[in-house]
Design a protein around this ligand. Structure first.
Ligand SMILES: *[C@@H]1O[C@H](CO)[C@@H](O)[C@H](O)[C@H]1NC(C)=O
Ligand SMILES: *[C@@H]1O[C@H](CO)[C@@H](O)[C@H](O)[C@H]1NC(C)=O
Length: 730
């Protein structure tokens, strides 16, 4: 049977089943209906409280399920900044564009804007600003490329002038623009040699799908030009062209001259993997589909508990600012939490974001060695963050925030629904205790956990990164990264593991006929400008030191003891994690104490993570030296935000966090920034084919002697009567 007619039959079958259900409705008890406990009436909540279209009123008439209240579309044309950290508005980006066009170095139209973002006001200005008062002068920070040079400009939007103009003398180039990427993949098509190779590989030019692969930096011979390597696939028979690489074909392209410099073709005997079974779209699936679970959603008949004003979020005990950013994806700023004892808002985090990613592949062959991406500084985690899919990327009642970015010529564009904010109730427990029968006290006290999540998802080519910032009412902040999307695939002649000789280096796992999932790592380095009750903080490594007892009064021979080491300089805080040298990592404010005298603090709690195994002098690791330690602490410096350096594309590693940290500056009782790297080793497995189920890892920022006691003890439990229940009105 043809798939389409098959589907039609299935549809008819389902429709008749539905009719049957309706005609015998009196015997069928739908879930959660008819129970004596139901106290809410549907009419109270109107159309909200229905269970798909299956609920009927007493009269037998359908209660039409209408859509829940939709968030109003933001009107970017009339938008004005309300907070000193609000991103540039559409009007402000337009103003930058017109100022650039009037400036002599750029007015021949021969410039490309690689980044147009808010030049954040000084920290003091932001912190002293009061809601309702005038904003500090709005300025834009612009990275422009003109005449073979990178310029860093500060544009004063009030004066309408460029007030700072710095030519870069650093190694490395700005992140690619979308235009760089889309034009680079067109370049090989002009080459006769390339077209011939593609034809020889039996790929129809109309099926060709090519991707821009940042070429990294591997020493002399690759300098002075903005280079990119273009790799191609066949999309014949599948939307998942990543599974059909034209293996070994690499085209080195000069991004500015838009010229092919070199073509490598060393995969001639490697067949094109099959298309069958690789398409992951719903429309391409074989029927019948896996039966769905019963419909599920978190209902909030009174709406969510957060309030969002522009980019300011208020929820539970938290207040913070969220800003989409082309490079970092999103930035969380001035996160403050309410102290339940005093009612005062207390600062925890001045600024937090994903500063850089490092994704090295473990294949050293000609077609693969350069695949060592620094995704934030080369591609932009925000530029590659696409619109989220309501109900699937984020649940009902999520609030969506748009990103506003600029094209290479400075024209603003809207990335709609780029960030979502929602409350998560996943059946977790905030705290609990039951008394066991020994005491006969019959105590059972439990509080449910509801959290607030701020989410975005970047699709950097094949890979998808889901970044969550999750806030808890007890003061904990969890940063989580989920990996999904499609593997980078290497074509191979092998179709079965039995064919592979033990001496053959596969560099990955055979996932299907002719397909190798190449081993690789992901490192995500977070910038965490902690401000525990103020700017000046110290970093304390609290070591669980093993102690032995010789001839003690009891038979015990060993124990551990917490030993505190306050980091004096940066090198004291270059930390490699180890299970057998356990430690906690506290950020304290030495001049603020709890009621009983502990310095107030937060601790950084690493989760599952990974460390790079590349040699420190391997070129990719030099450029990504910020992953040499899992934790670093630097003194706050406005120019040190990007762990891989300001200009990461083809960088040589002379402007990384590792270089800054080796200056060994004092960090005790100073405004400090903590850097944490979340890592994954990824040895692909068959379940990752043809698209990967999400794997994730996280770390926490947890209050540690910050509050005087459990800050959520006085919260109330859930009662059935307070909860929405979907029920028929009858
Ligand atoms: C190549 O693509 C063209 C245009 O879609 C189509 O007409 C032609 O039949 C294709 N050739 C092969 C060999 O698939
Ligand atoms: C701030 O950072 C920049 C860039 O790394 C550096 O040149 C400058 O010396 C730093 N300033 C201080 C005080 O460390």
């Amino acid at each position: 049977m043809e798939p389409t007619s098959y589907r039609r039959v299935l549809f008819l079958l389902m429709a008749s089943l539905l009719l049957l259900l309706l005609s015998i409705r009196t015997w069928i008890r739908l879930p959660s209906l008819g129970s004596a406990k139901i106290e809410l009436d549907c009419s109270e909540y109107g159309s909200w409280c229905t269970f798909k279209n299956r609920i009927q009123s007493r009269s037998g008439a359908f209660i039409q399920r209408t859509k829940p209240k939709q968030q109003q579309k933001a009107d970017h044309e009339s938008e004005v900044a309300k907070h000193p950290l609000d991103p540039l508005t559409l009007r402000e980006i337009q103003r930058v564009q017109s100022i650039m066009q009037k400036t002599s170095i750029f007015n021949q139209g021969k410039f490309a804007l690689h980044s147009v973002v808010l030049e954040e006001p000084l920290k003091e200005e932001v912190l002293s600003w009061k809601a309702g008062s005038n904003l500090p002068t709005r300025k834009a920070s612009v990275i422009a490329w003109a005449d073979g040079h990178a310029y860093k400009l500060i544009v004063d939007l009030v004066l309408g002038q460029i007030v700072e103009n710095q030519i870069s003398h650093e190694n490395g180039y700005p992140a690619m623009t979308m235009e760089d990427m889309t034009s680079a993949v067109q370049v090989p098509l002009k080459s006769k040699e390339f077209v011939e190779i593609v034809e020889k590989r039996k790929v129809n030019m109309s099926d060709l799908a090519c991707g821009p692969i940042s070429s990294g930096w591997f020493g002399a011979g690759e300098e002075g030009l903005r280079l990119i390597k273009v790799m191609c696939f066949s999309s014949a028979g599948t939307a998942n062209y990543f599974m059909r690489p034209i293996e070994g074909l690499v085209v080195l392209v000069d991004m500015d001259a838009k010229k092919v410099l070199k073509i490598i073709d060393d995969g001639k005997d490697i067949p094109l993997p099959k298309a069958e079974g690789t398409d992951y779209r719903l429309s391409a699936q074989k029927y019948p589909l896996i039966p769905p679970l019963n419909p599920i959603s978190i209902e909030q008949p009174q709406g969510p508990s957060f309030k969002i004003d522009g980019h300011q979020v208020k929820w539970g005990s938290w207040e913070f600012h969220v800003k989409p950013d082309p490079r970092a994806g999103m930035i969380i700023s001035v996160a403050t939490v309410k102290d339940p004892e005093t009612g005062k808002m207390r600062r925890v985090l001045y600024k937090g974001f994903t500063s850089e990613l490092f994704v090295p592949y473990m294949d050293t062959s000609e077609g693969w060695y350069f695949k060592t991406y620094l995704d934030a500084g080369e591609y932009g985690i925000g530029l590659t963050a696409m619109s989220l899919d309501p109900l699937n990327d984020c649940p009902r009642n999520a609030y969506y925030m748009d990103g506003l970015f600029a094209t290479a010529d400075g024209t603003p564009y809207v990335r709609s629904n780029m960030v979502c904010i929602f409350e998560r109730y996943a059946g977790e427990i905030a705290w609990r205790h039951t008394e066991c029968p020994i005491t006969d006290m019959q105590i059972r006290e439990v509080r449910p956990k509801v959290t607030l999540v701020v989410r975005m998802a970047a699709s950097v080519g094949n890979y998808d990164y889901i970044v969550d910032w999750e806030f808890q009412t007890d003061g904990l902040i969890r940063a989580k990264v989920g990996l999904s999307g499609i593997l980078m695939i290497k074509g191979t002649k092998y179709e079965n593991v039995d064919q592979i000789s033990s001496t053959d280096e596969l560099h990955g796992t055979l996932l299907a006929e002719n397909i190798i999932g190449v081993s690789h790592d992901h490192y995500i380095t977070f910038y965490l400008d902690m401000d525990i009750d103020g700017k000046d903080n110290s970093f304390v490594q609290v070591e669980m030191a093993k102690k032995t007892v010789k001839n003690g009064p009891t038979p015990r021979k060993s124990f551990w003891k917490a030993e505190k080491h306050i980091a004096q300089t940066e090198k004291d805080a270059q930390i490699k994690l180890s299970l057998y040298q356990p430690a906690e990592f506290h950020v304290i404010n030495p001049s603020r104490k709890t009621n009983i005298g502990n310095p107030v603090g937060y601790k950084l709690v690493p989760g599952a993570t990974a460390a790079s195994l590349l040699d420190h002098d391997d070129p990719p690791q030099l450029r990504a030296a910020f992953t040499n330690n899992q934790i670093w602490v630097t003194p706050y410096n406005r120019s040190e935000e990007w762990a891989g350096g300001q200009y990461v594309y083809q960088s040589k590693g002379d402007d990384t966090l590792a270089v800054w940290s080796d200056r060994d500056r004092p960090i005790e009782n100073k405004d400090i920034v903590i850097w944490y790297t979340l890592g994954f080793h990824h040895l692909p497995c068959q379940e990752d084919y043809p698209i990967m189920p999400t794997v994730s890892s996280s770390f926490d920022l947890k209050p540690t002697n910050f509050f005087d006691r459990n800050p959520i003890m006085r919260t109330t439990p859930c009662y059935e009567k307070d909860l929405p229940t979907c029920a028929a009105s009858s």
